[in-house]
Write a protein that binds this ligand. Structure first.
Ligand code: FE2
Ligand code: FE2
Length: 143
């Protein structure tokens, strides 16, 4: 589906997120601790530099500007924010120590989360936000 240009950057970042999700849920149950550690050492800087800033762009810019034009108290946005909390929880747990169950849970959570935003949240923003708001979203989102 063609995204409004205000959401193109976030959507593009979702493709990158899906690659990480797959690497997580595809890691075998039997993966040795060293493999889990290696994956996390690669992931955590990406989390800090790309994925967490992406979440913050959604929380601090996208949703507050959406709230200028429409009521954000809808199921898909409640769910989106709960998912941010669960994903952040799992990243914090994995920063503390590797755990294959948490790695799998995080992979699935990321995939579900991106699906929710692409299927429900972004189409809602495109439908309800005015052109002025979409322009503001586009200019405010941090690259
Ligand atoms: Fe998100
Ligand atoms: Fe997102």
């Amino acid at each position: 589906m063609k995204r409004h240009e205000a959401l193109v950057q976030l959507s593009h970042e979702h493709h990158h997120g899906l690659v990480w999700a797959k690497r997580f849920y595809d890691l075998p149950d039997s993966a040795p601790l060293a493999d889990q550690q290696e994956l996390l050492e690669e992931f955590l800087p990406i989390w800090r530099d790309e994925i967490n800033p992406h979440f913050r762009n959604e929380e601090e810019i996208l949703l507050p500007l959406f709230d200028v034009d429409a009521d954000p108290d809808v199921e898909c946005i409640r769910q989106m924010l709960q998912q941010h909390i669960h994903i952040r929880r799992d990243v914090l747990l994995l920063e503390f120590e590797p755990n294959i169950e948490v790695i799998h849970r995080l992979g699935n959570a990321l995939k579900e989360h991106i699906r929710l935003e692409e299927r429900d949240v972004f189409p809602l923003v495109e439908e309800k936000a005015s052109q002025e708001t979409l322009d503001a979203i586009q200019s405010q989102i941090e690259k």
